[in-house]
Write a protein that binds this ligand. Structure first.
Ligand code: AMP
Length: 397
């Protein structure tokens, strides 16, 4: 069964085509700068990569183009679009309509109504899904919501201390995100350690960041809250922030609430603290050259990861493994070493040589042989999780 997995950013569309149950990846591709004069496109089928630059108007046009590429008579890997059993979307937020669901009008409306929570994702997912439903009415569309993995978080780790009715009526709680990634990493640790009764802390550190504490593969706590703007600081988003600072900002800057929320989610994080860049590579480079604010940004980032790490060791009563993943977690030996520094008291001993010599993209244990807690780097595979969930969802339907 062939399943297309779609991952939409505000101006980007990435996809992978899988054959299941073998989980073979048949193709992958992406389109950047959607809606601009020149969108950058690539497609890789059977190891052959092709790149092009042409205007792609919107996300639905991007998905249409992807289907054309996959069914191309010479370079494609499908005879027709009918071979695709479903499209699975790594969708973000629909409140109580969480988990994995076949896309319906009700779900689309809910995603649109809750756009304030995920403004960079919900509107374009809903729009692309609507356009695809009219363009390919027979093709099942499945939304695998990022909040789904965190449905097992118990109330004491999920609720804000607001009037209880607000949680119920307005669905205001710590929903948590990066569900596909944390799910993949937990499933992978079961395979790597050969047992399921594990206490695992997964650190998804990339453009946006979250930690998750899971017991027996079930999420118990995670650092993102109601929105994906919270928890750890992100590339250009603020992370945890006190809402009582907002009236001061409103008065002193003269900006509107909407403008300030936009500032907090585009001028904060590594970018805001460092004044250098939202990309951790640039910030690390500047810090190495003596830029004090770049160093400060890294220090704040590492300190916040360590605070959640300490909290999650308490939530789980220790850990069998800590896993680093995503752009920073997989590639930055500096951040990994800083996070694990002086943690021997908790049974965490990093093998500094292994940590710094890890080849790019590799999956490896980076703790010492005597470390009580194993520390791993595991490249995440969110798309594979969505493909598996999509098959399950259309099976149930
Ligand atoms: P992701 O969102 O998982 O694709 O992660 C993208 C981010 O990973 C980039 O914005 C960088 O900040 C970070 N990144 C990628 N490679 C490195 C590296 N070698 N060192 C530090 N950070 C990296």
């Amino acid at each position: 069964m062939k399943v297309l997995v779609a991952n939409l950013g505000s101006t980007s569309f990435k996809y992978r085509l899988y054959d299941l149950p073998s989980e073979t990846q048949l193709a992958r591709g992406g389109i950047d700068r959607i809606g601009m004069a020149a969108s950058a496109c690539f497609v890789e089928i059977n190891g052959q990569k092709q790149e092009s630059t042409l205007p792609v108007a919107d996300h639905a046009a991007a998905v249409g183009m992807c289907l054309e590429q996959l069914t191309h008579p010479q370079h494609g890997c499908l005879k027709s679009v009918e071979e695709v059993a479903a499209i699975g979307f790594k969708a973000v937020f629909a409140g109580n309509m969480s988990g994995v669901r076949v896309v319906t009008d009700e779900l689309l409306k809910k995603m649109e109504d809750l756009s304030d929570i995920a403004p960079a994702h919900n509107p374009m997912y809903a729009k692309a899904m609507r356009q695809l439903r009219s363009a390919f009415p027979k093709l099942p569309l499945v939304a695998a919501l990022e909040t789904g993995f965190h449905e097992t978080i118990p109330p004491e780790n999920r609720l804000y201390a607001i009037p209880y009715e607000w949680s119920e009526e307005f669905e205001i709680k710590r929903w948590g995100y990066h569900g596909a990634s944390h799910r993949y990493l937990n499933t992978r640790m079961v395979q790597l350690l050969g047992r399921g009764d594990l206490k695992v802390i997964t650190c998804h550190l990339g453009g946006s960041n979250s930690l998750c504490a899971a017991r027996d593969g079930k999420s118990q706590a995670t650092s993102m809250g109601m929105s994906p703007q919270t928890g750890l600081l992100h590339n250009n988003r603020v992370g945890d922030f006190d809402p009582y600072a907002l009236p001061i900002l409103l008065r002193k800057t003269g900006r509107t609430l909407e403008q300030l929320l936009e500032d907090l989610s585009s001028k904060g994080g590594l970018l805001g603290l460092s004044g250098v860049s939202q990309d951790a590579r640039d910030v690390e480079e500047a810090a190495a050259k003596g830029n004090a604010r770049a160093q400060l940004a890294l220090d704040v980032f590492v300190a916040s990861i360590r605070q959640y790490l300490g909290a999650y060791l308490t939530v789980l009563g220790g850990a069998d493994a800590i896993v680093f993943s995503a752009g920073i977690g997989e590639n930055s030996s500096l951040i990994r070493a800083a996070v694990c520094k002086n943690m021997e008291w908790a049974g965490i001993e990093l093998d500094l040589a292994k940590n710094s010599s890890l080849p790019r993209g590799s999956e490896s244990r980076i703790s010492t042989d005597s470390s009580r807690v194993q520390v791993w780097v595991v490249p995440t595979n969110e798309e594979l999780v969505v493909a598996r969930q999509t098959v399950e969802a259309i099976g149930k339907k």
